[in-house]
Design a protein around this ligand. Structure first.
Ligand code: C5P
Length: 481
């Protein structure tokens, strides 16, 4: 460490010293701070001096004192490079739970940085958050010290995961609209890392059409969500859906996301989704009730796990998932064609509800009513895409996974389907109308493999997707052993 550092006063050099001349405590603090910022120690000193010169009224060293003190408190896992989490605290009464969340995340060895919105500071102080997190809390987009020192871009990028808790209705709206008028929203817009929100708000605000629209947008943008839960509100006598998930639930969601991040990196995944639409004439068609929610959620979860994903989708109302190549088709034959073009892949998941039949001779013009005589519709069978790919001798994906939507004898029928279609796994579900699975947001799955049946608890279609991706990652991991 031989570089000389010159100190200037109004342009005139007033002192010169080497880092070696600093006392041991200061050197240790400097080393920690430099490592944290990925700079050399000399560059770190230059940075500190430059900031000090720009704002002499500030005690420039205070920025790293709390961090250094807390270094002793932090767990060995964090010191050894545990996952880096940026916690953004929004302005709601649930912000008090974020203090507990900080402790629980730290107990698991995470490296935490915290950002508070202006509104959050009405509920918890930056001092309390900074003391618990072991690093001062960031609050201001236009604070020259933090912008120079860390900056919103680095806050956005120097994390493995961003957690927004509580995510208020306002913060969710700003995220959905791509606002960037404060530090929290600027960081969220600038990040390329996974984001998990833990919404918290009054049940009326949660149910509001605008909030639901914004949440749908965030889901389409690949933002993950935990909660909210139902229960009593802070307002006396109010209860309903809108309580922030408990800190431990958030920790579980964080761990699941950190675990799945990168689990399928380097893998190519193909997913089919939605219904197919088979023309009878230019205005009429044969289709089914598939919403595409489950297939799209699987494509999104595979992308979040780092896979290169192609989603072949029939006509659906759900938005395209972020970070996925989407090929839109209408008929079963177009779907088979698009699937063929997407090969080779490592994993193929056939979640589409393909119409089993199509009109043998679709009319080029609209079929007219014929004085009470009903036309006869001749149907022919569509190609079975799953079976075609699963039976390929050459270029068969390593894992071919199908769905079995059944209304009776779910597991028995799914086992027969597994054998008949030649796939590796079948995800069977009961779609009888009483279950509300068709078009709904949750699903109950039995995973059928040639040797076992795993019954998963009822869960959201997003959670089914994540569970499936974790299961696939574990299966492929087994290949290496
Ligand atoms: O035969 P069934 O429609 O119940 O099989 C369901 C599974 O087969 C799903 O995975 C579905 O995507 C796939 N399938 C297909 N092509 C068809 C019919 C079903 O890929 N023509």
């Amino acid at each position: 460490m031989a570089a000389n550092i010159l100190m200037f006063c109004q342009g005139t050099p007033v002192a010169s010293l080497t880092v070696r001349q600093l006392d041991d405590k200061l050197k240790k603090l400097l080393r920690l701070r430099a490592a944290r910022h990925g700079r050399s120690m000399e560059d770190e000193v230059r940075t500190i001096l430059k900031a000090a010169a720009e704002d002499t009224s500030r005690d420039i060293l205070e920025g790293f004192e709390p961090r250094a003190q807390s270094a002793q408190q932090r767990s060995p896992a964090a010191e050894a490079g545990g996952p880096r989490i940026l916690l953004i605290i929004g302005g709601g009464i649930a912000a008090y739970k974020s203090l507990d969340l900080i402790r629980r995340l730290q107990d698991r060895g995470t490296n935490l940085r915290c950002v508070l919105t202006q509104a959050a500071q009405h509920f918890v102080t930056p001092l309390a958050v900074g003391a618990l997190a072991g690093e001062r809390a960031y609050t201001d987009l236009f604070d020259p010290q933090s912008e120079f020192d860390v900056g919103h871009i680095r806050l956005a990028r120097d994390a493995d995961l961003i957690v927004v808790a509580p995510a208020t209705a306002d913060l969710i709206a700003k995220m959905a609209g791509g606002h960037a008028d404060d530090l929290a929203t600027a960081v969220l817009l600038a990040t390329d890392k996974p984001v998990l929100i833990a919404p918290a708000m009054n049940p009326q605000m949660w149910a509001a059409k605008a909030t639901q629209r914004n949440l749908a947008q965030l889901a389409a943008d690949g933002i993950h969500r935990v909660g909210p839960n139902a229960g009593a509100m802070a307002e006396r006598g109010e209860a309903g859906l809108g309580r922030m998930a408990e800190p431990l639930e958030i920790v579980v969601a964080v761990e699941a996301l950190l675990q799945s991040a990168g689990a399928l990196s380097g893998r190519r995944v193909l997913v089919t989704s939605g219904p197919t639409s088979e023309p009878i004439d230019p205005v009429r068609f044969i289709a089914n009730r598939s919403s595409g929610k489950q297939g799209h959620a699987i494509a999104a979860a595979a992308a979040a796990a780092g896979a290169d994903v192609v989603l072949v989708s029939g006509p659906v109302a759900v938005p395209d998932p972020a970070g996925v190549t989407v090929v839109k088709v209408e008929t079963a034959r177009q779907m088979l064609d698009a699937v063929d073009k997407a090969l080779p892949v490592d994993i193929a998941i056939f979640a589409a509800a393909v119409a089993d039949w199509r009109a043998a001779e679709p009319s080029a013009i609209k079929i007219k009513k014929q004085n009470g005589r009903t036309p006869t519709l001749k149907l022919i069978e569509n190609p079975d895409i799953l079976s075609t790919i699963a039976h390929r001798k050459y270029g068969r994906p390593r894992l071919v996974i199908g769905f079995a939507a059944e209304t009776d004898h779910v597991i028995a029928n799914a086992k027969i389907k597994l054998a008949k279609k030649g796939c590796d796994w079948i995800l069977a579900n009961d779609v009888s109308p009483a279950t509300g699975i068709m078009g709904g947001d949750s699903n109950t799955i039995h995973l059928i493999t040639p040797t076992a049946v795993e019954s998963w608890p009822p869960q959201s279609k997003d959670d089914v997707a994540r569970t499936l991706i974790e299961r696939i990652a574990a299966e492929l991991e087994g290949d290496k052993r």
